[in-house]
Design a binder for this molecule. Structure first.
Ligand code: AMP
Ligand code: ZN
Ligand code: ZN
Length: 412
């Protein structure tokens, strides 16, 4: 049988166009709508008002903004990043602070570039969202997020990086974009990244400094790189983008300092951490009560709690990493070990204060097919975002303390 040239060409053309259609479908439709979760460390809830932020505005105008994101206590970086991705109180996910002592491991936890403890999944008791995603046969890829470089419950993200501050923020954005170029089942459904420029500026120069404004502008430019890259690929409208921060920032000053040594004999303590709060291990357990009494109501800007004696709103109920005594300073105040340590040059910022101080509140903004458009909503606790993200990806959440109902107001 003789087949004419034109029939062959027509069939070939038909075959090629079908294949292209399938490629486009498998790239953008077969996998679920991806979520890009971005943390801008220390971005206080009201920082959008400090300067022009054209790229954050693109998200807010086409999406949602909560008045603020309420941190879990203790209001530090690791506890809150883990609360966001596990939907759990620090008491339950296990990372109650950036610095901890575990009485069972007999080991200290610490964070920062090069921390081996931060890369050890044994410290976590709840499942981060990238583990939930991978367990349900979808891909998670993390260009940084606290503990995303650890193996947790035997699972790692499909792609991840050891925390390394020499990888620039634009490089982090480009990496996210390149992962979204992957096709079919290799394409990630969950992606995360992280920037610490705003937190750094807040600590060094204080939340009201021009340096913080510069860092907000730099963060906004990086978000612009991401949005432009998504737009150039034609996938901006098909991606859910969530930007959060872990906590806010309060100004500190040399006039607002509490010296521990004014009230206790420091040789009786192992001091795990000082700053906006202090965690104290009393060397001799028999002296816990007397040291508690010597700190109780001695300073109007200082609260003291015995292990497991916290007010219920802190949700610090029974974790063994909570020390014998925890001191919490009022917003703006700093607890320092002793006077000899103090150079009198405190004029930056810090966090770690009670979440009842709105200075500690962070941000939650989002855009994409699952979010309402142009919606300004109320403050929300960060433990509720895990269930929200699971529902957006249509996956089953693991055990957590959040409630999906709380976030539905932001969703279509
Ligand atoms: P904070 O002291 O609570 O303000 O913590 C902020 C610091 O956390 C950053 O400046 C980093 O040094 C550190 N950090 C952030 N992400 C990671 C990570 N994935 N691994 C280790 N350290 C980190
Ligand atoms: Zn932080
Ligand atoms: Zn910080």
């Amino acid at each position: 049988m003789k087949i004419s040239h034109s029939i062959i060409l027509t069939s070939l053309f038909f075959f090629i166009s079908c294949k292209q259609n399938i490629d486009v479908q498998s790239r953008y439709l077969e996998s679920r709508t991806p979520i890009i979760l971005i943390s801008i460390d220390g971005f206080r809830w009201d920082y959008f008002e400090k300067t022009d932020t054209p790229n954050f505005d693109r998200i807010i105008e086409n999406g949602v903004r909560a008045e603020g994101l309420i941190p879990s206590y203790l209001s530090k970086t690791f506890p809150n990043h883990l609360s966001i991705v596990t939907g759990s109180h620090p008491n339950n996910h296990g990372i109650i602070s950036n610095r901890m002592y575990d009485p069972i491991f007999k080991e200290r936890y610490y964070i920062g570039q090069g921390s081996t403890a931060a890369q050890d999944g044994k410290w976590l008791n709840r499942e981060p969202i990238w583990v939930t995603v991978e367990k349900q046969d979808l891909r998670a890829m993390t260009m940084f997020w606290p503990t995303s470089d650890a193996e947790i419950m035997g699972i790692r993200p499909s792609e991840w990086y050891v925390y390394d501050e020499s990888i620039t923020n634009p490089q982090r954005m480009e990496k996210i974009l390149s992962w979204l170029d992957l096709q079919g089942s290799s394409r990630p459904t969950f992606l995360s990244t992280y920037m610490n420029i705003v937190d750094n500026a807040g600590h060094r120069y204080g939340p009201d400094s021009p340096e913080v404004i510069d860092s907000i502008i730099e963060a906004d430019e990086n978000i612009g790189i991401l949005l432009d890259g998504l737009k150039a690929r034609g996938i901006l409208e098909e991606t859910n983008i969530i930007i959060v921060s872990d906590h806010g920032m309060a100004s500190t000053s040399s006039d607002s300092v509490i010296f521990l040594s004014d009230y206790v004999d420091l040789t009786k303590l192992n001091i795990v951490e000082t700053g906006p709060f202090a965690q104290l291990d009393v060397v001799n357990d028999n002296e816990i009560e007397s040291i508690y009494q010597s700190l109780f109501q001695v300073h109007p800007e200082l609260e003291v709690y015995k292990r497991y004696g916290f007010p219920s709103e802190y949700y610090l109920t029974d974790n063994p990493r909570i020390q014998d005594l925890t001191l919490i300073a009022s917003n703006h105040w700093t607890i320092i070990k002793d006077r000899s340590q103090f150079k009198g040059n405190l004029r930056g910022g810090d966090h770690g204060y009670s979440p009842t101080a709105t200075d500690m509140h962070g941000i939650f903004i989002g855009t994409g097919p699952d979010f309402k458009k142009g919606f300004f909503g109320p403050r929300i606790k960060n433990i509720h975002l895990y269930e929200m993200m699971c529902s957006m990806m249509n996956i089953q959440p693991s055990v957590n303390d959040g409630n999906l109902e709380e976030s539905l107001i932001f969703l279509q």
